[in-house]
Design a protein around this ligand. Structure first.
Ligand SMILES: Cc1ncc(COP(=O)(O)O)c(C=O)c1O
Length: 453
């Protein structure tokens, strides 16, 4: 008999429905085949998701190493498990590289994602019920600072900074007034639609005046900060920087905490928030891969960050010249890896993102400042981290803008645009700005050689 509770041992227990002969082997083969198909699809595509990037071959190698199988709670030298001598050494290297790359005094590489890093900061710096300064989702903030995200989880009350559409950043005079009136103890700066630096230096005296601590969520711009292409929050008055490590920093999916503080109490609070606060084991394979990515960024990051921003600006200009409503034309479209395009006349964010995907151009719909309904994003967000990573330059950005124009203004058939996108991409399928440059960027690593039978 098949069914919950029935298994071949006759001992009962939940084992799911027993598979037929060869069924699960076929399932594994199918999963491999889907993953191969996925790699091949991205190899042909023009990936413009601002939060995505490609891992270097050496980082990938550590990601599938034995470190994946291990546990190491705590800090190097103070573990709760045995067998961690090599892990300790790797984590010490990782911490050294992080402090060196960001020229700061504190690093913790245990948060397993950007959101988890944010949760750690919230645990360390806030108490339930606190007021915390932040931006609105419609102005580009991450869901971490929403009531239904990490802020809500900690029971925090957001104090929203007004937006300055002219400067495309926080409105400084009105924010000063609000901060003076409500005096939050923590002020978060940082966005998911992050085109221009935050006015940290301008707001710094107000933060000092009200005794608030500056916290920067640099998930999107981490690699640009490290590459010297974006504002350096830890040297512009923020005490803590939290981030993901896989967007403009082309590392593994992981998180990081960085700080510029000698305050032992604050360091302790951040460390104990990272563990045991919001993590147990910290994904040692990803931490080791991160160490490789940090080393590579010290070697190649300046050039990569520079090219990434130059490509975003070139893409903005080329789309603008073809009649697209790229935000902030008077400001050069962006100072980061991201541009935002209002696409209401082309059908709205959702329809446009779908049509682009049908044509092999991967982007995402996005709320833009001024959008009335969160359900009807008026724009698409485009990012250049991945196309830069595979070696594209300004000339290719112009070609991508032509494809947008053909598809969205000249009604060219999506299949034909997809063929042109694949042709363009065929010259850019290897990794750059890393050790092992030239390695296939979308290679599926077949470790076993054959499907199970
Ligand atoms: C500003 C910001 N913070 C945090 C995160 C969360 O990062 P993760 O996906 O690593 O949890 C994101 C993700 O896109 C983000 O844009």
């Amino acid at each position: 008999m098949h069914g919950p509770g029935a298994d071949s041992t006759g001992k009962g227990g939940v084992g799911g429905t027993r598979p037929g002969p060869g069924e699960m082997a076929a399932t594994v083969a199918r999963l491999r085949s889907i993953a191969r198909h996925h790699s091949a699809r991205f190899e042909r595509a023009i990936p413009l998701i601002a939060s995505e990037n490609l891992l270097s071959p050496y980082a990938k190698e550590l990601l599938i190493s034995d470190l994946h199988s291990r546990y190491a709670e705590g800090l190097p030298g103070e573990r709760y498990y045995e067998g961690n001598e090599d892990v300790d050494e790797i984590e010490r290297v990782c911490l050294d590289l992080a402090r060196r790359l960001f020229q700061c005094s504190f690093a913790d590489v245990r948060p397993i994602s950007g959101t988890v890093a944010n949760l750690a900061v919230l645990k360390a710096l806030t108490e339930p019920g606190d007021l915390v300064g932040t931006s609105r989702l419609a102005d580009g903030a991450h869901i971490s600072s929403a009531a239904f995200g990490a802020f809500g989880l900690r029971g925090l009350k957001p104090v929203y900074y007004p937006w300055d559409p002219e400067r495309m950043t926080i409105d400084v005079p009105r924010t000063r007034e609000i901060l003076r009136a409500v005096r939050p103890k923590t002020c978060l700066f940082g966005l998911s639609l992050f085109l221009f630096p935050m006015p940290l230096e301008e707001l710094r005296p107000t933060l000092e005046e009200i005794g608030a601590r500056g916290w920067y969520d640099g998930a999107h711009v981490l690699g640009l900060i490290a590459g010297g292409e974006f504002q350096d929050p830890l040297h512009e008055g923020c005490t803590v920087l939290s981030a993901s490590t896989h967007k403009t920093l082309p590392g593994p999916q992981h998180g990081i905490l960085l700080g510029q503080t000698e305050d032992p109490e604050l360091r302790k609070k951040l460390e104990s928030a990272a563990f045991p606060g919001v993590t147990s084991n910290h994904h040692l394979h990803a931490m080791a891969a991160l160490a490789v990515s940090l080393a590579e960024h010290l070697e190649f990051g300046r050039e990569y960050a520079h090219r990434t921003v130059a490509n975003a600006q070139a893409l903005g200009q080329a789309l603008h010249e073809r009649g697209f409503d790229v935000l902030a034309p008077n400001l050069g479209f962006t100072r980061s890896h991201t541009i935002a395009v209002r696409v209401e006349k082309e059908g709205g964010g959702e329809a446009v993102a779908r049509r682009l995907a049908d044509s092999g151009i991967i982007a995402n719909k996005n709320l833009l400042p001024g959008d009335r309904s969160p359900k009807r994003p008026g724009g698409v967000r485009l990012g250049t981290p991945e196309v830069t990573r595979v070696g594209m330059r300004e000339k290719e950005m112009v070609r991508i803008a032509e494809l947008f124009d053909e598809l969205l203004h000249r009604n060219r058939d999506p299949a034909a645009v997809a063929a042109s996108a694949a042709e363009l991409k065929s010259g850019f399928t290897t990794l750059q700005y890393c050790f092992g440059a030239g390695e296939a960027a979308y290679r599926y690593y077949d470790l076993v050689g054959k499907d199970p039978s």
